[in-house]
Ligand binder design. Structure first.
Ligand code: NAD
Length: 361
């Protein structure tokens, strides 16, 4: 008969063999929470990640890395962060001797992700890095190498891959309730006013542009909804406000997958769009919105309604990633997943620079 110890051992082996988190009752109650330091205290850290870290079960906010001294007292008093857990970009490497911190979460402009991921990895800390992983495939590869070399986990902040309704869509690529997939449409974007034109998202040097910011959502969705890798891409860029946008404002890209499946994708800083639709042999399903902090929902051709998950998406993502550290299991969204997208983004830019030429992947 299976006793409790062998059951736990077997369950542990099972968890190690997959990315499925171990059930809560199997996690030793004495295990301390994973300590997270947020690197970059802009909009996403301030408004989404730090509040979500107050809701997490397996990790907590313990440190900050910032280049803005004025933010330090605000964050310290709001979140009780001690002086010894406050760093700037020059002193960040000293985090190596800080046992309070297990993870650095890189929430910086996109072209800075590589530098600070490598600093975190070399300091012996696990790295959570925001999407897009980086702005070149070469940078992504260097990030993966640095994390492997330092034996730390690297995960990319594709929060939708942790989100329950999205996970249902992912599982439908395998269960195929309406027969084989035929075509997809995936779109994500918003109307960006441009402000005074100085924000990094409007400039190429720091990895700005609609494709890096919002385009990775439809791109990643086309890949997760098919559970396939595209074999070619063609793309074009439109810019209706060239004085304001030194980057792509609207990017259209068509991905060709095996079996003749085409994903027609679009991202934009010019309009509010948010939709994933999958057409199959004998029916369809869709998410509208396909990505939203307030929950994603949808329906299918047979009348099913996909009710939104109303929990906190960032808390769920960080708890799952913290569990992967505690249990030493594979992360749900590894660096390789970010790299695959950025290789395709590079091909998208090559295609649009060459008049929409089809590029093999
Ligand atoms: P933001 O501009 O609000 O914050 C960026 C932070 O980086 C600021 O605190 C800024 O001071 C700091 N910074 C450090 N060096 C800088 C430099 N050289 N130039 C400009 N800023 C510098 O941006 P954000 O919206 O918080 O985005 C940060 C990252 O988070 C991006 O990679 C973005 O794609 C990602 N993000 C992800 C989600 C999501 O849902 N997963 C949502 C929003 C943003």
């Amino acid at each position: 008969m299976t006793n409790r110890r062998s059951f736990i051992k077997k369950s542990g082996m099972l968890a190690a063999a997959s990315a499925i988190p171990m059930p809560n009752f199997l996690i030793p109650k004495t295990k301390r929470k994973i300590g997270v330091a947020l690197v970059g205290l802009g909009y996403y850290s301030r408004d989404l990640l730090a509040p979500a870290l107050q809701l997490t079960e397996h990790c907590e906010l313990r440190g900050i890395v910032t280049g803005s001294p004025d933010k330090i007292p605000v964050w310290q008093s709001k979140y009780g962060i001690p002086d010894k857990n406050v760093y700037n970009y020059e002193s960040m490497h000293q985090i190596s001797s800080n046992d309070d911190i297990d993870v650095v979460y890189i929430v910086l402009p996109n072209s800075l992700h590589k530098k600070y991921t490598i600093i975190g990895a070399e300091a012996g800390k696990h790295v959570w890095c925001e999407k897009p992983m980086a702005t070149t495939a070469k940078d992504c590869e260097e990030m993966i190498t640095a994390c492997k070399k330092n034996k730390v986990q690297l995960t990319i902040g594709y929060r939708m891959q942790h989100e329950p309704v999205t996970r249902k869509i992912i599982s439908m690529a395998k269960s195929m309730p309406f027969g084989s997939l035929e075509k997809l449409k995936a779109e994500a974007g918003f109307r960006h006013g441009g402000g005074d034109g100085t924000h990094w998202k409007l400039h190429p040097e720091l990895g700005g542009g609609a494709m890096f910011d919002m385009g990775v959502y439809p791109l990643n969705a086309a890949r997760y909804a098919t559970q396939m890798e595209p074999i070619s891409v063609s793309a074009r860029i439109e810019n209706s406000r060239p004085d304001l946008f030194k980057v792509d404002e609207t990017t259209y890209f068509d991905l060709e997958f095996p079996k003749g499946i085409i994903a027609t994708c679009k991202t934009s800083f010019a309009e509010n769009i948010n939709h994933l639709r999958v057409d199959c042999q004998s029916g369809w399903y869709e998410l509208k919105p396909m990505q939203s902090y307030r929950g994603v929902g949808g329906k299918s051709s047979d009348g099913q309604i996909f009710e939104p998950f109303l929990g906190n998406q960032q808390a769920r993502q960080m708890d799952e990633d913290a569990l992967a550290i505690i249990q030493k299991t594979q992360v749900l969204v590894p660096g390789d997943e970010g790299l695959k997208d950025i290789r395709i983004v590079e091909a998208i830019f090559r295609s649009s620079a060459n008049g929409g030429k089809q590029i093999s992947l």
